[in-house]
Design a protein around this ligand. Structure first.
Ligand SMILES: Cc1cc2nc3c(=O)[nH]c(=O)nc-3n(C[C@H](O)[C@H](O)[C@H](O)COP(=O)(O)OP(=O)(O)OC[C@H]3O[C@@H](n4cnc5c(N)ncnc54)[C@H](O)[C@@H]3O)c2cc1C
Length: 554
C-alpha cells in the first residue's frame, strides 16, 4: 500500500507552500503531502484518490476553504474519505468565542485545528499533527494483533470482550468462525468451534469462551485480593477513584482500588473529552483513563479488576469491604467512587454520534457553541429544564422533548415558568426520539408522538440527552443516601443538633465523609455531584486529604 496522504487546501499559495514544506520536513518520510488551491480542485483530487483506494490520513483546510458558501468542503471530503481526520487552519489573533474553530470543534465538524502562523513549529504544528495522526492510526485496523478472537461479532459477550480490549488499548482482530481465516485460526488453536468465542493470544495461549476475569488475569491484571489489609480501599476506578489512587499512593498510603470492569468509568467510554483542563483539542476518554491508571501504578497503588464491592461493614477501627468473589478486604479508610450509569436513549444511530452533536449529561460547556443552531434536549427533570434554559441563551431555538403528557410532573415550578416565558424555547410533550439523521455529525432527528404511527423529521444540530442517572450504591446500604440513591456527605448529613443522626463522634463529619466515619464518597456517586471528569478528579484528590485528617485524629 502506498504512503498515507496529508492533503492540504488553501487559496494562498505562499501559505500552502510553507505548510507543505514544514509538514514535509517532519512527516514527509512516511507520508505523501498533496496540496490544492481551491475546494473544487481539492474535491476532484480527493475523489480520484478515493477511486484509487488511496489512504488519506488528514485533510487540512484553510478557514476560507471550509466556509465557502455552497461548497460544504469538509462534509464532502469526509464522505469521500470517512476515516481521514479533518483539520481547520484558523487565525491565531481571532481568539474569540466566534472563531469558527470553536463551533466546528464543539459540533464535531473537525477533529482538530492549527493556528496560523504555526510557530514555533514543534509546539504548534508538529505536536497537534502528531496527535491527530496517532488518533487516525487505529482506523486503519491493527497492523499487529496481540489477540485474535474467533466468534460471533454481535452478541453481548462479544461486545463485552471487544469493549474491554478496546478500552485497554490492546490491538486485536475479530474473525467469523465461518470464514477461511476463522477456520484456520480455530485449527491452529486446536478447537472445533463448538464453543465460541475462542481467544488466541500472540503468545499461543488459548481461551475458550473466557470470563471477563479470566481474560483480565491473562492480560496481567490482578483479579483477586484474598483477605488483604490496606490503609485505604478505593471502590471504583473511574476518574474519582483513579485520582484518589494517585494521590493516596503518592502520599504513602497502602492503597487498593477495586473495579469490576475496565479502569476509566464513564469517562473511559467517551470518545472525546473536550473540557478537561489542559487538553484544548480534547483527549479520548480511554487514553485519559489509561494514563491515570499507569500513573497510579507507578506510585504504587494496587488495582484489582473483575471484582465489585458488594458490602461494607465496620469492625472497630477497621472498615471491611466485601467483594464479589466473597473475599473481605480490610482498611482504615474507604473512598467510595462507584459512579453512576446514565440512562441511554438506545438509538444506535444517535449512540454513534455521541460527541458529534449528541451529548449525554450537562450542557453548560457546549452552550456557547450552539449560537444560531437548532438544539433539542430530551428529558423532563430539573437538569433537562435547566440545560434547555442555558442553551436558549445562545441557540436559535431549543426544543424540549418530553415523553410524558405534563412538563410539571418532575420539574420545579420556577423552571416550568421560565421555560414557558423563553421566546425561543418550545416544549413537545408525548414525544420520543426514534432515530437520528447524519452520518458523521448530527443533522436531524426523527420524532414520534405518542399514539401516532407516522414519524416526523426535524433538522437538529445538537441533542442533549438528560433522562437521568442511577448511582451504583445498592451495595452500600449502611450509608445515608438521598431518595435517588446518591450518597450524602459532610454538611448534607447534619441534623438539628449539628451532627448526623446516630453519629458516634463529637466532631461533625468531614466535607466528603459519609454517615459511616472513615468512609468517604467522591465523584458522581455523591449527592448533588457536578458530573464532570474534572470535578470527579478534584473530589478524588480532596477525599485523600480528608482521609489523612481522619487517620491523624483517629
Ligand atoms: C458518554 C459520556 C460522555 C461524557 N463526556 C464527558 C465530557 O466530555 N466531559 C466531562 O467532564 N464529563 C463527561 N462525562 C461525565 C464523566 O465521565 C463523569 O462525570 C465521570 O466519569 C465521573 O467519574 P466517577 O469516577 O465519579 O464515576 P464513574 O466514571 O461512573 O466511575 C465509577 C467506576 O466505579 C465502578 N463501580 C461501580 N460499582 C462498583 C462497585 N460496586 N464496586 C467497585 N467498583 C464499582 C464502575 O465500573 C466505574 O468504573 C461523560 C459521561 C458519559 C457517560
Amino acid at each position: 500500500m502506498s504512503q498515507p496522504i496529508l492533503f492540504l487546501v488553501d487559496d494562498r499559495p505562499e501559505m500552502l507552500e510553507a505548510l507543505a514544506a514544514d509538514l514535509g520536513r517532519r512527516f514527509g518520510t512516511d507520508h505523501r503531502i498533496l496540496a490544492e488551491a481551491s475546494p473544487g480542485a481539492a474535491l476532484d483530487a480527493l475523489e480520484e484518490l478515493a477511486g484509487q483506494d488511496q489512504e488519506v490520513a488528514l485533510v487540512v483546510a484553510g478557514q476560507r476553504m471550509a466556509e465557502l458558501p455552497g461548497v460544504p468542503f469538509l462534509l464532502r471530503a469526509h464522505e469521500l474519505h470517512p476515516s481521514a481526520k479533518r483539520v481547520l487552519l484558523v487565525g491565531r489573533r481571532e481568539w474569540t468565542p466566534t472563531n469558527p474553530a470553536v463551533r466546528a470543534m464543539t459540533l464535531g465538524q473537525v477533529d482538530t485545528y492549527l493556528f496560523e502562523p504555526w510557530l514555533p513549529v514543534a509546539r504548534f504544528l508538529y505536536l497537534p499533527i502528531s496527535q491527530v495522526l496517532a488518533d487516525w492510526v487505529p482506523s486503519r485496523g491493527p497492523s499487529f494483533e496481540g489477540i485474535r478472537i474467533v466468534g460471533p461479532r454481535w452478541t453481548t459477550h462479544s461486545h463485552e470482550l471487544r469493549d474491554m480490549l478496546t478500552r485497554m488499548g490492546i490491538p486485536h482482530g475479530w474473525y467469523q468462525a465461518g470464514t477461511a481465516a476463522g477456520r484456520r485460526l480455530l485449527e491452529e488453536a486446536g478447537q472445533d468451534g463448538s464453543r465460541l468465542p475462542v481467544v488466541v493470544f500472540h503468545s499461543g495461549q488459548v481461551f475458550v469462551d473466557p470470563s471477563y476475569a479470566e481474560l483480565a488475569a491473562a492480560l496481567g491484571y490482578r483479579t483477586s485480593t484474598g483477605a488483604g489489609s490496606y490503609d485505604l480501599v478505593i471502590v471504583g476506578a473511574g476518574p474519582a477513584g483513579l485520582a484518589a489512587a494517585v494521590y493516596a499512593a503518592s502520599e504513602g498510603l497502602d492503597t487498593l482500588v477495586i473495579e469490576p470492569q475496565v479502569a476509566g468509568g464513564q469517562a473511559g467510554t467517551s470518545a472525546m473529552i473536550r473540557n478537561y483542563l489542559g487538553f484544548p483539542r480534547g483527549i479520548g476518554g480511554g487514553d485519559l483513563a489509561n494514563r491515570a491508571l499507569e500513573q497510579a501504578w507507578l506510585f504504587g497503588a494496587n488495582l484489582v479488576l473483575a471484582q465489585r464491592a458488594v458490602g461494607l461493614r465496620v469492625d472497630g477501627g477497621r472498615r471491611l469491604v466485601r467483594l464479589s468473589d466473597g473475599a473481605e478486604v480490610s482498611a482504615e479508610a474507604v473512598v467510595v467512587a462507584s459512579g453512576v450509569s446514565w440512562r441511554r436513549l438506545g438509538v444506535p444511530r444517535l449512540e454513534a454520534l455521541v460527541g458529534a452533536g449528541v451529548f449525554y449529561g450537562a450542557a453548560g460547556a457546549e452552550a456557547r457553541a450552539m449560537e444560531g443552531q437548532e438544539v433539542f434536549v430530551v428529558g423532563a427533570g430539573n437538569s433537562a429544564g435547566q440545560a434547555a434554559l442555558d442553551l436558549a441563551r445562545y441557540a436559535a431555538s431549543v426544543t424540549l422533548l418530553v415523553r410524558g403528557p405534563d412538563l410539571g410532573a418532575r420539574m420545579s415550578d420556577y423552571l416550568v415558568q421560565e421555560i414557558e416565558e423563553a421566546p425561543n424555547l418550545a416544549v413537545r410533550l408525548d414525544t420520543r426520539v426514534v432515530d437520528g439523521l447524519g452520518s458523521w455529525r448530527l443533522e436531524g432527528l426523527v420524532l414520534r408522538r405518542r399514539g401516532d404511527t407516522a414519524t416526523e423529521e426535524v433538522p437538529a444540530a445538537a441533542l442533549f440527552v438528560m433522562i437521568g442517572a442511577e448511582p451504583h450504591t445498592d451495595w452500600l446500604t449502611g450509608a445515608e443516601r438521598d431518595d435517588q440513591g446518591y450518597i450524602l456527605t459532610g454538611h448534607d448529613l447534619l441534623g438539628p443538633d449539628g451532627l448526623p443522626a446516630g453519629w458516634p463522634h463529637r466532631r461533625p463529619p468531614l466535607l466528603l465523609e459519609t454517615s459511616i466515619p472513615g468512609v468517604f464518597a467522591a465523584g458522581d456517586v455523591r449527592h448533588r455531584s457536578v458530573k464532570r471528569v474534572a470535578s470527579a478528579v478534584g473530589e478524588g484528590a480532596v477525599a485523600v486529604q480528608l482521609v489523612h485528617q481522619y487517620l491523624d485524629r483517629h
